[in-house]
Design a protein around this ligand. Structure first.
Ligand code: G6P
Length: 611
């Protein structure tokens, strides 16, 4: 969840490290730090509590520069956000480490190292790594050998970068449970926890695999696998997403990403739709035969991705006739699951590195599932690597912590899965499939129409700015859309928001409704709309203020206490994708009115790679 950047070069690498940190800041932003080997061969450190901008400011004043260094932006797990807990951590004055992940046996190691005379200056789990390494180095004399000797003693998850003043010819890295990528340059090499950090300096990358240790020199790279054997890892040329680190004309990444949705949805559909049908092979060779055997689907995910799975359950059962269960990964991974015969395990993740989702996939491996399928936005992610089948959402890098385009492209991918399963199992009428395929082709245009309502939604948002609580209501597949709407509002505006299936209103939440508690409702024009109208009356009768996003044909009208936003007409099946857009815009504008940090909301991080 934190960000790592490292560099070894002939030029001053401080600006490269800092630019990398800025690009990774969405991963964690409690505090930041850098360690650089200066011209006198001294390892110098600068750390600041708060955002990378604070560190940037300090670096300008301090002028710290050099040709070898590591840097980090932190999302606190062990030890509160503070300068003393910020990375890099030192042992003595010549050895520095930055770390992503959690060392689970840090207490035992801390005791052992303290007994050896090491003095701890932070509350972090990371500090044990650097002292352990120092201890190994004192007997082995070589940094690479010391790292290899220290690694087996570390239990937990880590992505590590190490530098030592005594061996200025190398930058070391180790990966277990937390991704790391090496960026290849000409006579210079780089390291980061995400290639996005290094797009400024290279487009050639080598991704470390689980258990890898790497010795990165200016002009060479050596990697050893978990078994200690020297290995070659493929070099990947990266072309896409160059625009991602730039907000362009937009005020926030989130707004930019909301507006990218028509384009990325179109990209997610590209090459996956045939003449009146979905191309099942898009899921990989042999997918059609495999899908024909599927009798159940188990979906596992976290956060926004979980909400996408909740929508898919309605689709899979209604359109493809496949029983489907959906569960949050943090629960699924720790319980004994009774696996139905011929079940497909589906994980959904933007990053493909979420710790709970990965653990759930790993547990599922021997549980008797037919196969595993990852719906993921990152091609080179652990989730994709470890799943049997993959469907990539083509959202491009998502920087705003609150997920937007990743969600809608996940929904598109899940609709493709629904149609593919229906087709392969012969449970979906061919005419219905053809109709949905043609509607999917029009979806980017419909999304564009929803985005054009931005100004109207901004006006509605103004009404929320002084509110503290909200209810979101939906029925059927719009219930998870309401959940996602509530999550967005919570995440970025810090307004308490809860979602309910509209029919549950009178079983409790109605007690909360008064003129200070706006109720947001999504109401497409389906057979549930009449029932929803009664629920809306229940709210109005208690003086509640309603904000209703409804199909132009739903027959709802503006009135006292009802703010109606008319939505373009769309089929019931695709309505969850379309109705997500106004809820994203609503949260965005409320957050802007409230003046919160839209792209980096407090206490959160983009990619939760720790448990
Ligand atoms: C974090 C992010 C959410 C995201 C969730 C799951 O909580 O802030 O936006 O939905 O992780 O992440 P994933 O990458 O697995 O979709």
């Amino acid at each position: 969840m934190c960000g790592i950047v490292g560099a070894i070069a002939e030029r001053n690498i401080s600006p490269i490290l800092l630019e990398g940190l800025k690009r990774l800041e969405y991963r964690g932003y409690d505090s930041a730090g850098v360690a650089v080997l200066d011209a006198q061969g001294q390892l110098k450190r600068l750390r600041r509590n708060g955002k990378v901008a604070e560190l940037d400011q300090a670096l300008r004043v301090n002028g710290l520069g050099g040709r070898l260094g590591i840097a980090h932006t932190r999302w606190a797990t062990h030890g509160a956000p503070s300068e003393r807990n910020a990375h890099p951590h030192f042992s003595g004055d010549g050895l520095a480490v930055v770390h992503n992940g959690i060392i689970e046996n840090h207490e035992a190691l801390r005791r052992e190292l303290a007994a050896l005379g090491y003095v701890f200056t932070s509350d972090t789990d990371t500090e044990v790594i650097v002292h352990l390494l120092h201890h190994k180095l004192s007997t082995l004399g070589d940094l690479t050998a010391a790292l290899k000797a220290a690694i087996p003693e570390l239990h937990g998850a880590y992505g590590l970068a190490v530098v030592s003043a005594a061996q200025p010819d190398r930058l070391l890295a180790a990966r277990s449970g937390s991704p790391l990528v090496i960026g290849l340059g000409l006579g210079e090499n780089f390291l980061a926890s995400d290639q996005l950090a290094l797009r400024q300096v290279t487009d050639r990358f080598v991704y470390l695999e689980e258990g890898d240790i790497a010795e990165i020199r200016r002009d060479s790279l050596q990697i050893w696998n978990l078994a200690g054997e020297a290995v070659q890892r493929e070099t990947v040329q990266y072309h896409e997403g160059a625009e991602a680190a730039d907000k362009g004309e937009y005020r926030h990444f989130m707004l930019k990403e909301i507006h990218e949705q028509p384009r990325v949805v179109r990209r997610t559909l590209e090459g996956r739709l045939g003449d009146g049908q979905v191309l099942v092979e898009a899921f990989g060779p042999g997918a059609a035969e495999l899908f024909a055997r599927v009798r159940n689907v188990q979906i596992v995910a976290c956060g926004t991705s979980y909400h996408a799975g909740m929508v898919a359950r309605y689709w899979l059962e209604e359109l493809a006739g496949v029983p489907c269960q959906v569960e949050v990964a943090s629960e699924f991974r720790y319980r004994k699951v009774a696996v139905q015969p011929d079940s497909l395990f589906v994980s959904i993740s933007q990053s493909g590195e979420t710790a709970d989702t990965l653990a759930a996939l790993r547990n599922a491996r021997d549980a008797g599932y037919l196969a595993s399928l990852a719906i993921c936005n990152v091609a080179i992610s652990s989730l994709v690597r470890e799943s049997d089948l993959t469907l990539l959402t083509q959202a491009g890098p998502e920087i705003g912590v609150a997920s937007t385009k990743a969600f809608t492209t996940q929904l598109v991918a899940l609709m493709l899965l629904t149609l593919s399963l229906g087709q392969a199992r012969a449970t979906l009428d061919r005419g219905v499939e053809a109709e949905l395929v043609s509607e999917l082709r029009c979806l980017p245009t419909r999304l564009g129409e929803a985005l054009a309502m931005d100004a109207v939604i901004e006006q509605v948002a103004e009404f929320f700015a002084d509110k503290h609580h909200t209810l979101f209501l939906g029925r059927g597949a719009q219930y998870p859309v309401a959940m996602e709407g509530a999550l967005k509002l919570k995440e970025i505006s810090y307004i308490h928001a809860e979602a309910y299936p509209a029919g549950e209103l009178k079983h409790g939440p109605l007690a909360l409704v008064d003129s200070d508690m706006p109720v947001v409702t999504v109401a497409p024009n389906n057979e549930l709309v009449e029932k929803l109208k009664s629920n809306l009356q229940e709210v109005r009768a208690r003086g509640g203020e309603l904000i209703v996003f409804a199909d132009v044909r739903a027959g709802l009208e503006n009135g006292e206490g009802i703010r109606l936003v008319n939505m373009p007409h769309i089929s019931d099946a695709l309505a969850p994708i379309l109705y997500t857009i106004p809820l994203q815009l609503l949260s965005y504008h409320v957050a802007v009115f409230k003046g919160t940090d839209v792209d980096q909301p407090r206490n959160l991080a983009k990619s939760v790679t720790v448990e």
